[in-house]
Write a protein that binds this ligand. Structure first.
Ligand SMILES: Cc1cc2nc3c(=O)[nH]c(=O)nc-3n(C[C@H](O)[C@H](O)[C@H](O)COP(=O)(O)O)c2cc1C
Length: 181
């Protein structure tokens, strides 16, 4: 494995183990975000109806988990004020955002306030909001929430889902983008 550090930028050329090359026994949060930010993902808004009120937050840490039975996983932060309310509802909807929903994802990433003012939605069979314009949605029952550092690891059993034509909103290196096939 060649030593391929290019001029102190900290970017290690392909083939080298970053930590090994950098000789780092430990690493700071900024470095962690920078490296993990290279994993491009879609963006979701997780919603529920709690005490008759819609609640939701923007969530990138989402994945399909099991096919049979159908399950998904997501990771809400312990600082989230929306997640405890969603957990209390026991059922939620994961709205997978379309490419024209960047503004919505930013709005639902701001803690507090009424995020649903002016936002169109219809209730899923479990009552959770399916947001107008979402590219796809997955209705879930909360199965398990497990403490995981400064976040929780949440498992949901899929009870319903839907999709429409369109392209996804993408998140990469701290910025929003579009997907061109
Ligand atoms: C693109 C993007 C992705 C995010 N992904 C997550 C995530 O995976 N988990 C999480 O807890 N917060 C995530 N956030 C931050 C939350 O959306 C934000 O902390 C939350 O909405 C705060 O509001 P709340 O107090 O109403 O929960 C993300 C924010 C943005 C803009």
């Amino acid at each position: 494995m060649g030593d391929a550090m290019d001029g102190g930028s900290g970017v290690v050329d392909a083939g080298d183990d970053d930590l090994q090359a950098a000789g780092a026994a430990s690493f700071d949060a900024g470095r962690f975000r920078e490296v993990l930010g290279h994993f491009a993902t879609g963006v979701t808004i997780v919603t529920a109806l709690e005490g008759g009120e819609p609640v939701g937050f923007t969530c990138q840490a989402f994945t399909s988990l099991s096919l049979d039975p159908p399950m998904v996983a997501l990771a809400p932060g312990k600082s989230s004020t929306s997640w405890p309310r969603i957990a209390a509802a026991g059922a939620f909807c994961v709205n997978i955002l379309a490419e024209d929903q960047e503004a919505l994802s930013r709005d639902f990433a701001v803690s507090g306030g009424d995020k649903f003012t002016g936002v169109g939605w219809r209730p899923a069979t479990n009552g959770a909001p399916v947001l107008d314009g979402a590219l796809a949605w997955v209705e879930c029952e909360l199965e398990l929430a497990h403490e995981a550092g400064d976040h929780e690891l949440v498992l949901g059993s899929v009870r319903g889902m839907g999709v429409r034509r369109g392209r996804p909103l993408v998140y990469y290196r701290g910025g929003f983008g579009r997907f061109e096939p």
